[in-house]
Design a protein around this ligand. Structure first.
Ligand code: AMP
Ligand code: ZN
Length: 113
């Protein structure tokens, strides 16, 4: 299997996991862009945001509830955080398994680069 995030889900390559259940996995980004940089992914392989369909509504809600829990548990809920999903090349997507970047622990610039 060539998808790096599916390989993390299958425990074929290591990751610093912060949350896992039957539907989602959350782990530290290997190249953090903030003091906290967590990736939250569905266990189902979905390449990009554009590949989501009606059957994925529940998983999307579950991902955001998971982000909420992680923010409280890791201690950055109070000050705030940013959630980013890059969709396809021009946005900078490099891993084609949909993922939600959760960035926290510093002041974020706007607009993003
Ligand atoms: P994107 O560029 O939005 O597709 O984000 C992909 C993210 O995955 C980048 O921030 C990478 O640093 C991260 N990444 C790639 N490989 C791994 C890995 N093996 N473990 C953790 N994070 C990874
Ligand atoms: Zn995958």
């Amino acid at each position: 299997m060539s998808c790096v995030f599916c390989r993390i889900i299958n425990k074929e390559i290591p990751a610093k996991i912060v949350y896992e259940d039957e539907k989602v996995l959350a782990f530290h980004d290997i190249n953090p862009q903030a003091p906290f940089h967590i990736l939250v992914i569905p266990k189902k392989h979905i390449s990009t945001l554009l590949d989501l369909d009606e059957s994925d509504k529940e998983i999307l809600g579950h991902i955001y509830i998971t982000i909420n829990k992680i923010a409280k548990e890791l201690g950055f809920a109070e000050k705030g955080f940013r959630v980013v999903t890059n969709c396809k090349e021009e946005a900078g997507q490099t891993v084609f398994h949909v993922h939600f970047h959760v960035l926290a622990g510093r002041v974020m610039d706007w607009p993003p680069g």
